[in-house]
Design a protein around this ligand. Structure first.
Ligand code: SAM
Length: 278
């Protein structure tokens, strides 16, 4: 751990800077420093590590990351938060870089020259879109070493779901095709200010070295078609996808199965066959 300067309580920072929570920006802040330290500890020791944080807000999680010795690049859309983050920058010289922008527009390759961690209490309105963006990049393994991300519990459950469960679907396949994904920590809604309507959870994903080679766009098209009618048999839901019935046959996947019974490996095999027959 680096030497931690004494910092004012987060509630005081919020009050002083008039940071009333903006619902449209998914602002649900965390103030519990023990909880924030536990989230920052999920990827392991951060001393000297580079971290990308989406949505630092008033800087609660950012503090925990800086105190753990990380060099943090944080992207925050709400410019009202910038003065509070400037104060944090002054307390941790040369450890914090803040970008006032939309995280969806950030090109991580242009920002980082060595492997880094992504750690965020994500704004729920763009959380899934960011995850899909980080998972769908053409080159693999990516430059990021891990993802430690807070989602609504229902989304977290979908990311880590196993075949056969009701939560298993497109997001599970996209995440587990390229990563090992686990639910790291459930977080009660009362931990947030203001509390959201639903429970949350932190998921932890690490890239698999050599995921089976497949075109991400084909896998996306296939899972979209299969799960758009999850109660139907594959032969019915994939009927409109050219070459899909032939690919099912070659991949030896029973066309009467329903999509939630098909494993990640089987979807990948099917996507590869689909590219071959087309
Ligand atoms: N990190 C703080 C915490 O844990 O208390 C705040 C987390 S809050 C759930 C989400 C933060 O993301 C807010 O500060 C919000 O302004 C910011 N945000 C929302 N949409 C964003 C976007 N598209 N790009 C960057 N930041 C965004």
């Amino acid at each position: 751990m680096s030497n931690s300067p004494s910092l004012p309580p987060l509630r005081e920072v919020i009050k002083r800077h008039g940071l009333t929570a903006n619902r449209a920006l998914g602002q649900n802040f965390l103030f519990d420093t023990q909880l924030l330290d536990r989230i920052a500890a999920i990827p392991g020791p951060l001393e000297g590590e580079q971290v990308f944080e989406v949505g630092p807000g008033p800087g609660g999680l950012t503090r925990a990351l800086l105190q753990a010795g990380a060099e943090v690049t944080a992207v925050e859309r709400d410019e009202r938060c910038l003065p509070a983050l400037d104060e944090l920058d002054a307390c941790f010289p040369n450890q914090l870089k803040v970008i006032n922008a939309d995280a969806l527009q950030i090109d991580l390759k242009a920002r980082f020259s060595r492997p880094f961690h992504i750690i965020s209490n994500l704004p729920y309105n763009v959380g899934s879109a960011l995850l899909v963006k980080w998972l769908s990049q053409p080159t693999w393994p990516p430059l990021w070493k891990s993802l430690t991300l807070m989602f609504q519990r229902e989304v977290a459950d979908r990311i880590v779901a196993a075949p056969g469960s009701s939560a298993y679907g497109r997001l599970s396949i996209l995440a587990q095709w390229r990563c090992d994904a686990k639910l790291a920590m459930p977080v009660h809604r009362s931990a947030f200010t203001p509390p959201p309507k639903v429970m949350s959870a932190v998921v932890y994903l690490t890239p698999r070295e050599q995921p089976p080679g497949v075109n991400p766009a084909t896998l996306e098209r296939l899972t979209q078609a299969a799960f758009s009618q999850r109660r139907k048999m594959l032969r019915q839901s994939l009927k409109g996808l050219p070459g899909a019935l032939e690919a099912l046959d070659i991949a030896a996947i029973d066309p009467t199965r329903r999509p939630e019974t098909v494993s990640v490996e089987e979807f990948v095999a099917l996507a590869r066959q689909l590219d071959e027959v087309n």
